[in-house]
Design a protein around this ligand. Structure first.
Ligand code: NZQ
Ligand code: ZN
Length: 384
């Protein structure tokens, strides 16, 4: 097992009615930036519940963080935060709103161009504390320090990571997810599934506990994901999906083991250039990446097949093919299509995607750093 440090500072407030605890978790003299997305929370009643929870607290609202949060929009929120001297951000939404809150938190007291936080890994000081109210289980953003920001102007989707912007608390009320459109339920399950895969499907370092954690989350998503589509108002199904998605990327399962993240990095370029949903990009890239990296990942792919998909096949090559097919079939069962052509993207787009990887310095991806631009091209070509 590799060395690691582990701390997760986010207090999880899980279950029905937990939003009412928010005011007790805010700092004294809080002046809150209440940040949310395009307005789904106004339709499903969460907005009113947040207003009730904030009664007696000073706050300003900022509406309009888009899916794949836009740098320009977030900079507007930074100005609102500065003008109003806010000292806390309450992010109510999915990964985009929470990621957006992290960027705003880091940018508020940053001297210089905050884009450098993303583009150059610039250090920042005194970020604002954040609380999250999660409405879409998927990214794990509610209890990790990652933030991914899109800049359409330059066709870039870049990230930064710091535990200093990790939410101090996160409300996870499964009832808040009943109103999700099918597309977002599907996206969430696929994203969480691939988060586990990125931390599991590498090579063995004799870390059986991490493996079992990962396999447990994968199995839960495989069992509960389709139920969330079939019976959307089943509280326990929603609760299990929500907790699985949080556990998939709160740091725990990736401690002491190698990690990949190649699927995510290639996927980000598909969002930056073609606007595809984050999870869709993962469903396209992962099966082909598994195929191209089948030698390097052989042992773990076989373990995944046997333990998670119950594949019994002595011929290793066949077992690997069956496992890749099982992953692909799971995505399709979750109603997420797995080929570029399913989204009207043809092979002529691959040059641009590879060029963007190069521009962003993503030329040695994967747990071995061996996914270079040629391999990325091979993966995308296979996914066409
Ligand atoms: O904006 P509103 O109107 O709220 O609608 C949203 C949005 O249109 C809607 N939605 C959210 N909760 C809802 C709801 N609609 C009805 N009922 C509800 N309860 O869902 C749409 C998508 O929301 P978004 O936040 O974009 O989705 P998601 O949570 O999948 O976040 C995706 C973003 O997170 C980044 C992705 O790259 C992408 O930008 N990621 C962040 C990670 C992290 N912080 O660790 C890791 C991930 O790998 C990922 O990269
Ligand atoms: Zn993801």
């Amino acid at each position: 097992m590799l060395n690691f440090t582990f701390k997760n500072q986010t207090e999880i407030l899980f279950g029905k009615g937990q939003l009412s605890k928010v005011s007790s978790r805010l700092p004294e003299n809080a002046k809150v930036l209440f940040l949310y997305g395009g307005g789904s929370i106004k339709k499903n009643g969460i907005f009113d519940q947040v207003i009730t929870a904030l009664s007696g607290t000073k706050f300003v609202e900022f509406q309009g963080v888009e899916p794949n949060p836009e740098f320009e929009t977030l900079m507007k929120a930074v100005h609102v935060a500065r003008e109003n001297n806010v000292n806390f951000i309450l992010a109510v939404g999915g990964g985009s709103v929470i990621d957006g809150a992290k960027f705003i938190a880091a940018a508020v007291n940053f001297n210089g161009d905050p884009w450098d936080i993303l583009a150059k890994g610039a250090a920042f000081e005194s970020p604002l504390p954040i609380g999250a109210v999660l409405t879409l289980p998927a990214t794990g953003s509610e209890s990790n320090g990652n933030s991914v920001v899109n800049r359409s102007e330059t066709a870039q989707k870049l990230s930064f990571s710091s535990e200093t912007v990790q939410p101090v608390f996160a409300v996870l009320d499964p009832e808040f997810t009943y109103s999700l459109p099918v597309r977002q339920v599907s996206n969430g399950v696929v994203d969480a599934f691939v988060h586990v895969i990125e931390q599991y499907l590498t090579y063995s370092v004799n870390a059986p506990l991490q493996d079992r954690f990962a396999e447990g989350i994968l199995q839960t998503l495989i069992e509960e994901g389709p139920k969330a589509l079939a019976t959307p108002e089943d509280y326990n199904v929603r609760a299990n999906v929500m907790w699985s998605a949080t556990m998939a990327l709160n740091g725990l399962i990736g401690k002491g083991v190698p990690q990949d993240w190649g699927t995510h990095m290639i996927g980000h370029e598909l969002t930056a250039l073609h606007g595809l949903d984050h999870a869709v990009t993962l469903a396209i890239v992962l099966p082909s990446l598994m195929y191209v990296q089948r030698k390097q990942k052989q042992e773990k792919i076989l373990q995944l097949g046997e333990r998670v998909f119950n594949i019994r096949e002595d011929n290793k090559d066949k077992a690997i093919d069956l496992t890749i097919k099982a992953v692909q079939d799971f995505f399709e069962t979750m109603q997420v299509k797995t080929r570029l052509s399913d989204y009207n993207i043809d092979k002529s787009s691959i040059d641009g995607l590879v060029e963007n990887l190069k521009r962003n310095g993503l030329t040695a991806l994967g747990e071995h750093g061996d996914i270079d631009l040629d391999k990325a091209r091979e993966i995308l070509t296979l996914a066409a």
